[in-house]
Write a protein that binds this ligand. Structure first.
Ligand code: FAQ
Length: 311
């Protein structure tokens, strides 16, 4: 009965074992995993747009090939994550509809424009850097298909992060104008990158329950702190300044003190009013509509092939 199933579920969670698709789970657990994994998948897919904007304008063949590969990886991550979500009984079509209708979210960071080529490097360095901080612990998330997807995704994100850092290191060895481009981009992306970890812990409605269920392994503020501590030495090595006058090493805590992002701006962006929200969704809607004939043809072909197999 239900009581027994719940006890079994809680024992699995208590032992840090995985919940698998056919296991019994509380409705709230299922809803929360679907919400988080769907948002994650949507972020990968929408996240192709800001960098995709620079593919035709990459400064060399090598940079173009690298950027193409990275953006393709993001499509792959999105597809794994949609598959992980489908194990919980929602289809990719339904998920895409919920993205386009605004019923599900995607990461705030992809609602900012990419204004210069340095943004490609800064997204790799800071945005993929933040993604790694957030996702490495998710390899141990309690939902099996999500955790296993994260293992491969994290390996690819590490390549993306190095790619961004190497691009910036090259620009920083270039002209004064190139160094200024990098700094200007860091100034625009630093605070939005810190917002990726979500609202402060005392304003995060989902953290306590998601941690109790082992869906999240760390709080938002904990991971944000890790990101700052990881990034400061890299910024020094690059020779860029992080735009935070309150940023300093705290001997006692053995961690950096830092300022707060503008949380009103964050709320605006996640309610659909960021600089590029409308453009991102419009682009996705158009791609979805333009692809309808491919889905129809694939479905018709699959049905015909199945018919042939039956004969
Ligand atoms: N953006 O109670 P919490 C990538 C929402 S990396 C938008 O703290 P939770 C790789 C939250 O959903 C980016 N919304 O929520 C890449 C909730 O709203 P809801 C993707 C946000 O879930 C790199 C409300 O605020 N990574 O794509 C954000 O416990 C380069 C209250 O917040 C992931 O998705 C935000 N930043 O914690 C691709 C990682 N923060 O749903 C291309 C997995 C919060 O109740 C290029 N996700 N909200 O309406 C997570 O770890 C968690 O879901 C958090 C949020 C930490 C994002």
């Amino acid at each position: 009965d239900e009581q027994e199933l719940l006890a079994q579920f809680e024992s699995t969670i208590g032992h840090h074992d995985r919940i698998e698709p056919r296991d019994w789970m509380p409705d709230g657990y299922r809803r929360t995993v679907v919400r988080q994994v769907a948002q994650h998948a949507h972020s990968e897919i929408i996240g192709m747009q800001p960098e995709g904007n620079w593919i035709t304008r990459a400064p060399s063949l090598r940079r173009k090939a690298t950027l193409l590969a990275k953006v393709q990886d993001e499509a792959g991550h999105g597809l794994y994550l949609y598959s992980a979500c489908e194990t919980l009984g929602v289809s990719r079509n339904e998920l895409t509809e919920m993205l386009i209708n605004g019923k599900q979210k995607y990461s705030s960071i992809f609602n900012y424009p990419t204004l210069s080529y340095a943004d490609v490097g800064v997204i790799g360095w800071l945005v993929d850097g933040a993604a790694i901080c957030n996702q490495v612990p998710l390899c141990r998330t309690s939902y099996g298909p999500y955790g296993r997807a994260m293992i491969r995704v994290c390996k690819e994100e590490s390549f993306h992060q190095r790619q961004g850092y190497e691009l910036l290191a090259t620009m920083m060895r270039g002209t004064d104008e190139q160094r200024a481009m990098v700094q200007e981009s860091v100034d625009r992306f630093w605070w939005p990158a810190l917002m990726m970890f979500g609202p402060p812990d005392d304003d995060s409605p989902n953290t306590a329950q998601s941690m109790a269920w082992g869906i999240k392994r760390n709080t938002n503020d904990d991971l944000r702190q890790r990101m700052v501590d990881m990034t400061v030495p890299q910024a020094n090595a690059l020779g860029v300044t992080l735009p935070d006058p309150d940023l300093r090493w705290n001997e006692e805590r053995e961690a950096h003190d830092f300022g707060q992002p503008d949380w009103d701006e964050f709320k605006d962006v996640i309610s659909g009013n960021g600089p590029c929200n409308a453009q991102r969704i419009e682009h996705r809607r158009r791609a979805w509509e333009d692809g309808a004939w491919v889905r129809e043809a694939a479905t018709a072909f699959a049905a015909r092939s199945a018919g042939v197999a039956d004969q």
